[in-house]
Design a protein around this ligand. Structure first.
Ligand code: FES
Length: 149
């Protein structure tokens, strides 16, 4: 028997609820800040050992992150970590952003199953890369000419 589309979606959601916290399910099904940012001040991309890629864009004013967005080809947990991470950075200074760890993201999501904890590490590492590169470019702006994106 072929499942109707709505039944199929309900089944997927029910399976997610068995595995993930309420917060993870919410961010996976309704990701915040999803998509690239045309006028970003900073961008970074990392492909993790599992083969999934996380991309993060930041808009910075002075020393403060005013907007953030992400894209990923990863699983539901990766989408949730990108969504939560980009929510967490808004209004934070770059110093604070550099301090955001895998554990901070896991805590904000009310945890992830053991097999998905690396998704939060991918988000934390990508975020650090973006913030570090932004600070490096700010120190030596001429290096922007050599960036590959
Ligand atoms: Fe690889 Fe989520 S499964 S980052």
């Amino acid at each position: 028997m072929v499942l109707e589309r709505q039944e199929h979606e309900d089944l997927i959601e029910a399976k997610m609820r068995e595995a993930y916290s309420e917060i993870v399910v919410d961010h996976a099904l309704h990701p915040r800040n999803l998509g690239d940012m045309k006028d970003a001040d900073a961008f970074g991309r990392i492909t993790g050992p599992c083969g999934d890629t996380m991309e993060i864009w930041l808009k910075v004013s002075g020393d403060t992150v005013t907007a953030a967005s992400f894209a990923t080809d990863g699983c539901a947990a990766t989408i949730a970590t990108g969504s939560m991470t980009t929510e967490m950075v808004k209004g934070k200074t770059l110093g604070e952003v550099l301090g955001i760890s895998q554990q901070d993201i896991l805590s904000a999501l009310d945890g992830l199953p053991e097999g998905n904890r690396h998704c939060a590490l991918l988000a934390a590492n990508t975020l650090k890369k973006v913030a570090k590169e932004y600070l490096a470019f700010r120190k030596e702006p001429w290096k922007r000419a050599y960036r590959k994106y």
